[in-house]
Design a protein around this ligand. Structure first.
Ligand code: NI
Length: 204
């Protein structure tokens, strides 16, 4: 009787250990995989986004409330940018095309970090060259400084002789925001349109 009891105890202990082992083996690679994805950036990252009041490329005053109800792809840059901004806006344009019918649930937004030169007209010329759905936003120096701070965007005008043809170094992340304006994920510069489209589809 004692012997059977002991065998039963050992059986349950082994079964328990096996179950825990299987659970860990299943769970740990899952966690590891997720950490490699951009979505995990959201965890523990301070608040990104928030209220803003800016002027769109059609000359209308808009706030974050005007963008609610749709996902938002937010990219910061400047229209005189020779490479990074055109590249990223091209990626966004391709992603929007690949979304097909779902594209009407997403608003791509291009916010200038160079309000000094980026007038409403320049913003209109720039965004319309890429995709008709892209909304260009500019504003006063203070308004732009405020929205940059909320999205933790860095931009530094380069010291150059020419006061009109300067360059601006800037961070180049694309933020995917949900229908309430909350951050879903951040894409690094160089993300493929396919990855962008896949992430958007996951969150439609
Ligand atoms: Ni740029």
């Amino acid at each position: 009787m004692n012997k059977i009891f002991t065998i039963l105890i050992i059986f349950f202990l082994l079964a328990g250990a096996t179950a825990v082992g299987l659970w860990m083996a299943g769970a740990l690679p899952g966690v590891g995989k997720d950490q490699g994805r951009s979505s995990s950036l959201v965890v523990g990252v301070p608040q990104i986004g928030g209220p803003f009041s800016l002027v769109n490329h059609k000359g209308e005053r808009v706030t974050e409330a005007d963008f609610k109800g749709k996902l938002m792809l937010v990219f910061f840059g400047f229209t005189h940018c020779p490479d990074v901004c055109p590249t990223e806006l091209q990626t966004i344009s391709v992603a929007m095309q690949e979304l097909g019918d779902a594209a009407d649930q997403v608003t791509p937004v291009f916010i200038t970090v160079d309000p000094e030169r980026d007038t409403q007209e320049l913003m209109a010329d720039f965004v319309e060259a890429f995709d008709p759905s892209i909304v260009g936003l500019t504003g006063s120096q203070d308004e732009i400084a405020d929205v940059m701070k909320k999205y933790r965007v860095y931009a530094q005008k380069r010291d150059e002789q020419d006061s009109e043809y300067y360059l601006v170094d800037h961070s180049a992340y694309t933020y995917l925001m949900d229908r309430d304006g909350e951050l879903i994920t951040v894409f690094s510069f160089g993300v493929s349109p396919e990855e962008m489209t896949a992430k958007i589809r996951e969150n439609l």
